[in-house]
Design a protein around this ligand. Structure first.
Ligand code: ADP
Length: 600
């Protein structure tokens, strides 16, 4: 285990990789630039000193032009170095952001497929992208400003002794008060308030998104925004926190802060008035006036630096919130690849005492499930909704890994098979198979990138897609999802089947999804199923019992356990859960037929 927890900045800098050094170089430039930008103020002091010394015969002051040039050169060098520093920090910040994106995506690629069901890939990308961008302000700008301000403070303490410590202390006091008031808004007991405020903001954003997604429902049911109680409550909660934070937490400290940031001379003038008589008395009035001029002008630099610190603190908060989101992606579980992968032999699928509990769930979705599908057999998973059919099927292509027990393919635990080899062995057709915004050719070819045009065409024919190709303007090359070329659910299902046929894997895991199948599509889909499953091991999630009658084995899953297993005949004879489901199914079919007859 790691000893000390790394600071957010250290964690972010690690992402910069080889450009981490550039950040430090940039910060050094920023520090030196702050020192250089102070020289012009010293030049003003020198010029004032010389002028006062020769007053009123100003022509006697010889060094003024030199001081002017010096001030110009140092001011210019300070600005140039500041920009050079920013260039370095930007280069590192951009690399950090790009590495965060790359590492995040590389990590997500190792996540189990089920992770993408729970987290839409667009959402993950968006989250990573925004979080990576949010770190830029801190790394490119704020860190340099923080370092510059620290250098300013150290210099102020040194200058106090070089010029007049009492007037220096007056300026320093103003700066210290302003920093304390800034810290009081964000630190101590207000830090937890800040966290609550951020959480309220997050909740409002989240429920806002839900609300926008739910607009169709709002319209259909003639509801108003008030029916979205969660959204309304989150807005009210946020507005309470925002108002409370403004009026109770920020108003006083911010007034103090602004007063002292903008008017560092609030202490300077009284101190000067207090010191003036003494200086007049001992004849050092000229020196006193020079020092006063210096501090009066110098106070301007203090207010600029303090304003930067204020922006820096918001940059730090933004970046640490972003880092939290980045860590959430990086800490998501990944599939462990086997160190010494084993080759599966044949296409037997075995569940050996498999239990599985979803992350965060209290009850297992599957418990102690064992069954075997011999090579070439068809196994049907049936049972009431929520019984665990989809979960069981998902474990075969490793959408998730079992909690205990093992799922074996070709005699080898799926966790011991190289993921690519496993993917070559198992084709799956689930309800939510998505088609990309690409041509039908590309969509089908995704299953086997090396496939020729001819092979894709054959797969499409075998999946009964002829009618789809006929009606599309450019046949197989038509882009799906653009300008009116949308496919119906049944048509999409057939394209997905063509993909699985092209893949030519010995094991097929499929969800016999028929919710959308109109009679015409249904016949075609059944034909495509027949081609796809011929001679292969099939694990099928069956929704309608008519399709399972011919299965070699039926597994009845109820509340995660195998309630019964056997052939259709055996299970009907056993007179258990399956027999009841079968009777209900037949009753429903009869009811449907008779109601159709009455309609005629
Ligand atoms: P079936 O396919 O038989 O309808 P599932 O396998 O989908 O059943 O679900 C089995 C159990 O697991 C159910 O209780 C369901 O609520 C739960 N479940 C399914 N998917 C998830 C998930 N992603 N996270 C948590 N629980 C889940």
């Amino acid at each position: 285990m790691k000893g000390k927890k790394k600071s957010d900045v250290a964690v972010l800098l690690d992402y910069a990789g080889s450009r981490k050094g550039l950040t430090f170089l940039g910060l050094t430039f920023s520090a030196v630039s702050m020192l250089l930008s102070m020289v012009p103020y010293i030049c003003i002091w020198l010029a004032a000193r010389d002028l006062i010394a020769v007053a009123p015969d100003w022509t006697q002051a010889h060094g003024i032009t030199r001081y002017g040039w010096m001030a110009f050169v140092f001011a210019f060098a300070g600005i140039a170095l500041y920009f050079a520093g920013l260039m370095c920090t930007h280069l590192a910040a951009f690399r950090t952001a790009s590495n965060i994106r790359k590492k995040g995506i590389a990590h997500v690629m190792k996540a189990p497929l089920g992770y993408f069901d729970a987290n839409a890939s667009g959402l993950i990308r968006g989250r990573l992208d925004a979080a990576a961008a949010d770190t830029e302000t801190l790394l490119a700008h704020n860190l340099a400003d923080i370092v510059g301000t620290i250098v300013l403070f150290i210099s102020m303490v040194i200058l106090m002794f070089l010029f007049d410590w009492r007037m220096g202390l007056a300026c320093l006091l103003a700066a210290v008060i302003s920093i304390i008031s800034m810290a009081s808004m964000m630190g101590g007991k207000n830090a937890s308030f800040m966290a609550q405020y951020q959480a309220a903001l997050d909740r409002m954003n989240k429920s806002g998104t839900e609300y926008v997604r739910g607009i169709p429902v709002v319209k259909i049911f003639q509801q108003t925004v008030y029916s979205f109680k969660a959204f309304q409550a989150s807005i009210e909660e946020y507005s309470y926190f925002a108002e409370h934070y403004n009026s109770h937490v920020c108003s006083k400290p911010q007034s103090v802060n602004l007063t002292f940031t903008e008017g560092a001379f609030v202490f300077l003038v009284p101190v000067a008035l207090f010191l003036a008589p003494e200086a007049l008395a001992d004849g050092s009035f000229a020196g006193f006036i020079t020092d006063f001029v210096f501090y009066a002008v110098f106070s301007a630099i203090i207010s600029t630096a303090l304003a930067r610190i204020m922006f820096a603190s918001s940059g730090i908060m933004l970046a640490s919130a972003a880092l939290g989101r980045i860590n959430k992606v990086m800490e998501s579980p990944t599939l462990k690849n086997p160190a010494n992968p084993m080759e599966p032999h044949g296409s037997k699928v075995e569940f050996m005492d498999v239990s599985f509990t979803y992350d965060g769930a209290t009850t297992p979705a599957l418990s102690h499930v064992s069954f075997t599908a011999e090579s070439g057999q068809t196994i049907a998973l049936v049972g009431p909704s929520g019984g665990g059919k989809t979960t069981a099927a998902s474990l075969i292509p490793r959408f998730w890994d079992v909690s205990s027990g093992s799922v074996n393919v070709g005699g080898v635990d799926v966790r011991q098979i190289d993921p690519h080899v496993l993917m070559d062995h198992v084709a799956f057709v689930f309800q939510n198979n998505r088609l990309f915004k690409a041509s039908i050719l590309e969509n089908v070819r995704a299953a086997r990138p090396g496939a020729s045009r001819e092979q894709v065409k054959n797969a499409l024919m075998a999946a009964q897609c002829q009618d789809i190709l006929d009606k599309l303007p450019e046949g197989m090359d038509t882009l799906i999802g653009t300008e009116g070329t949308y496919l119906s659910g049944g048509e999409q299902q057939r394209i997905a089947l063509a993909r699985a046929i092209l893949k030519d894997a010995p094991i097929i895991v499929l969800d016999e999804a028929t919710a959308f199948a109109d009679p015409e599509n249904e016949v075609l889909i059944q034909k495509a199923f027949a081609t796809l499953t011929k001679g292969r091991t099939v694990i099928m999630i069956a929704h309608r019992l008519s399709t399972v009658v011919g299965a070699d084995q039926i597994i009845v899953l109820d509340r995660g356990c195998i309630a019964e297993q056997g052939s259709h005949k055996e299970l009907v004879a056993a007179n258990g859960l399956y027999a009841r489901m079968w009777a209900d199914y037949n009753k429903a079919v009869r009811w449907k037929i008779s109601s159709e007859k009455e309609d005629e």
